[in-house]
Structures are given as C-alpha cells and as structure tokens.
Design a protein around this ligand. Structure first.
Ligand code: NAG
Ligand code: NAG
Ligand code: NAG
Length: 437
C-alpha cells in the first residue's frame, strides 16, 4: 500500500517513527482505561455491558460521519458502529492530563458478510488536528497491516475484534499527548468504494505506574522532531518515584478526574433513571439517580444527589429526614402538599406547610422531618436535588417503631398493645392516603 502514498508523506511518517521511538512510558507501567466510547450508539452502563466497562454515548467523532446498528444477539456495547461515506472516520479524544497513551479499537462487522469487503487501516496521533483533505500524514500508521474484520472475526457479526494501537509493526508503542489523541480509520488503498471505514468502540488507555515501575533517571521528552507535535513538557510527570499502588485511579488528581468527564456525563433524561427496588403503590416510584445513569454523580467533590419521584394521586411520601442534606424540590406534574416541622423550640415546633403546583420549587432544611403528598386527585412528579452526595434517609415511622415498644407506647401515651398495632401498620417510603376517621 506504500506505493499509493506520496514520498513526502512517507518521509513525514518515518521522521515521526524515529522521534517517537525514544518516547516511551517507563518500564513496568500499566495501562489504565481512561474512557470507553460506544461508537454510533448510546451509553451502555457497566451492568449492561458484557465486559463490565461503562460506555459513554458516542462523542468526539468526525463531522459528517454516520451510524449503523444491529440488535441482539450482538452484545449491547457492540450493536452499533460509526462510519463515513467518504474520507476517514476519526475520533479526537481529549486526554485528562499529559501522558503516554494508546487506543484500543474494537470492531464488529455488522453490515458486510464476506471477506475483504471492508479493508481498513488505522492511524493514531497525539495533539493532532485533522484538516481537510483528511489524510494520514502526521499520524503513526501501519498501512501495510490491512484489517479485514469479517475474516479476523472468523466470519461472524457477533465476534468483536479488539486491537491496541499503535501496532508493534510501526515501531512505536505509545504516543505522548498533552491535549488530544486522534484515532483515524482509513479505507485501504485500492479497495472498493463501498469499503467504508468504521469503528465499534474506542477505549483510551493511559500509562500509569505499575507495582514494579522503574523511576525515570532523566525526564523523557516528547517527540521534538515530529512536524505536528507540540513543545515537549518541561518536566516529566514520570520523573519522580511513584508511591505504591493503592487502588483504582490512585494517581489521578482531582483536576484529571474532572477532565475525564465528557459533556454527555452532565445530562440525563429523567426516563432513564432506574427505579429503586421495593414495592411502591401503583403509579409511584422513588428513583434516586446513580452514577450509572447520571455519570457526573461519581465526580469526586461534587457532593450532590438527585432523585426523581412519581406519586400516584393521593399518595404520600411519608415523614422522613435527610440527616446530611437540605432538599430542593421542583414540581414537574400535579399539585403537592409539602411540609416540614421545625426543630424543637419555644413555645412548640412549628409546622410549615405549602401547596406547590407545576414549576413551583420548595426547600426542606437539612435534617428536619418533612413529607410530600400528591393532592388534587391527579398524579404528581417532582425532582429533588440534595446538598450532599449521600443525604441519608431516616423514615420517621419505621425508625420510631424500631425503638423499644415500652418507649414507643410511653411516647404515644397508649398501652403497648395499641402501640404494637399502630406500628404494625407502618409503611415507608410511600403510602396511600388513609380515611380521616
Ligand atoms: C440495564 O441494566 C439495568 C439493571 O441491570 C436494567 O434494569 C435495564 O433494563 C438495562 N437496560 C438495558 C437497555 O438493557
Ligand atoms: C478493548 O476494548 C474491548 C471493548 O471495549 C474490551 O472488551 C477489552 O477488554 C479492551 N482491551 C483492553 C486491553 O483494555
Ligand atoms: C494531507 O492533508 C494535509 C492537510 O491536513 C495537506 O496539507 C497535505 O497536502 C495532504 N497530503 C496529501 C498527500 O494529500
């Protein structure tokens, strides 16, 4: 395939190969998954992917590219691909922090059925801008190793082919990147016009010190003679010995951690928040968002929680408190009765009560007993944001009834048998309205 390329382009690539050969992660480094993208498809949470990775919805892909998908039995994260009708398919992925990177590209041949219908080759670049006319100059490429995914998968659409780039035959084992890593898939030279470049998933891998990583005696510069490279960093992050490993992401600073979140991690459709287990009155649900549905909730210092609540008509979210959080509630459907009881004071704790309609916002101060009832004979919905990542819930009825029966009876001023009957009917967290007499 080399014959199809200009001498100038070959010279550029060779210069890059020679320069990059000196840029290597310290011996003993291990490769951490920074992010995984489901090309051409939606986010697939770890619980639903067959390999336990949390896949981002498709992002960072080249303009004008298209998507294709095939349903099961292909595993969820491999049911879609992204492709282009002309030119290469490329992804330009922001890196969390300067370092040595590789990409792990996974392909399923979801469309063609037969060998050599889609011969492709891959290029990888660091801090590289793809500009039209899109070609592979400035990328580390091995265009002699043509990928025929159908054949590599043994003639199956369901079998994935994962390849880590740069491939060893380029003589480069990783790239040093300070801002972005570009992975580009090209149509092999002289292939049919229907051989459109595609990709199934993209994983960005970063070198981090492993248990036996050698500290570097001298800082390792970035490639300096490569035409597209940015200036070498003045100090290498690998220059000082690293502490022993302590767990996942042990070397990520808070800023690196923040940078690893994509724009799509910051939004969530309410409909995707999975109901908490437990029996609720029909038509009602309390849906606390987790990081699986709303990835940004896993951000280290974010310290908020978010819940979506649906209440059937005349259902009560029974009295409870959040020991560590205030709650701000926005009504999105129906009309709710909201209340809280102030802390002990003189002359007596106050009951503060309001009726809130759609678009109304109510606040419950931290730690106070409060409740919400869906009134007006129609279903209600609201979203609540809590001012702590782990607000905690104490349901007043069950907690009170978990106290010794003699104390419950004493507090209610009734015989223990009556207290036992009352506590026998306690329901949480939601309950249907009861007759007033
Ligand atoms: C993802 O997994 C959750 C929990 O395991 C399940 O409830 C949900 O239906 C799954 N979503 C898809 C699209 O399969
Ligand atoms: C490469 O990506 C595939 C699909 O995302 C994944 O299953 C596999 O474990 C990855 N390989 C490495 C070395 O991370
Ligand atoms: C490759 O694209 C660049 C722009 O990114 C252009 O300057 C260069 O001439 C192109 N090379 C070839 C061989 O087409």
């Amino acid at each position: 395939m080399m014959a199809s390329r200009s001498t100038a382009a070959v010279a550029v690539v060779l210069a890059l190969l020679v320069a990059s050969a000196t840029a290597q992660a310290p011996a003993g480094s291990v490769w951490d998954s920074v992010l995984v993208i489901n090309s051409g498809g939606p986010a697939v949470m770890a619980a639903n992917s067959t390999d336990g990775f949390d896949y981002l919805a498709d992002v960072y892909y080249s303009p004008g590219s298209l998507t294709w998908s095939q349903p099961a039995p292909v595993p969820p994260q491999h049911q879609s691909l992204r492709y282009t009708n002309s030119g290469p398919l490329f992804y330009t992925v922001p890196v969390p922090t300067p370092g040595y990177y590789r990409v792990n590209l996974t392909f399923n041949e979801l469309y063609h059925q037969g060998p050599n219908r889609r011969p492709m080759y891959v290029g990888i670049g660091a801090d590289h801008t793809m500009t039209a006319p899109y070609n592979d100059s400035g990328l580390v490429v091995d265009d002699t190793s043509v990928l025929d995914i159908w054949s590599l998968a043994g003639g199956s659409q369901e079998v994935s082919v994962s390849i880590v780039f740069p491939s060893p035959s380029t003589g480069v084992s990783e790239v040093w990147a300070t801002s972005t890593v570009t992975a580009a898939v090209f149509r092999a030279a002289n292939s049919a016009s229907t051989a459109l470049p595609m990709l199934g998933t993209l994983q960005l891998l970063k070198a981090v010190p492993g248990p036996n990583t050698m500290p570097m005696a001298t800082p390792t510069p970035a490639p300096t003679t490569a035409p597209m490279s940015t200036p070498a960093p003045t100090t290498s992050p690998m220059a000082t010995p690293m502490p022993p490993p302590m767990g996942p992401n042990q070397y990520m600073t808070l800023q690196e951690h923040r940078n690893a979140f994509a724009a799509s991690d910051f939004v969530v459709p309410l409909s995707s928040i999975i109901p908490a287990p437990g029996s609720m009155p029909a038509g009602s649900n309390v849906l606390p968002a987790t990081a699986s549905e709303f990835p940004v909730l896993a951000m280290r210092d974010l310290n908020v929680a978010f819940t979506h609540v649906d209440l059937a008509a005349d259902t009560h979210q029974v009295p409870h408190t959040h020991p560590r959080a205030a709650e701000v509630l926005l009504v999105t459907a129906g009309t709710v009765d909201v209340w809280f009881v102030e802390e002990n004071g003189s002359p007596a704790p106050r009951l503060l009560r309001n009726t809130v309609a759609v678009d109304g916002v109510a606040l419950f101060p931290r730690g106070l007993i409060h409740g919400v009832a869906c009134t007006a004979g129609a279903p209600c919905s609201f979203v609540s944001t809590h001012t702590h990542a782990d607000p905690g819930v104490v349901s007043v009825g069950p907690s009170f009834c978990n106290a010794p029966l003699a104390d419950v009876a004493a507090a209610l001023g009734v015989p223990e048998s009556t207290a036992a009957t009352v506590c026998g009917g306690v329901v949480s967290p939601l309950a249907a309205a009861q007759p007033s007499s």
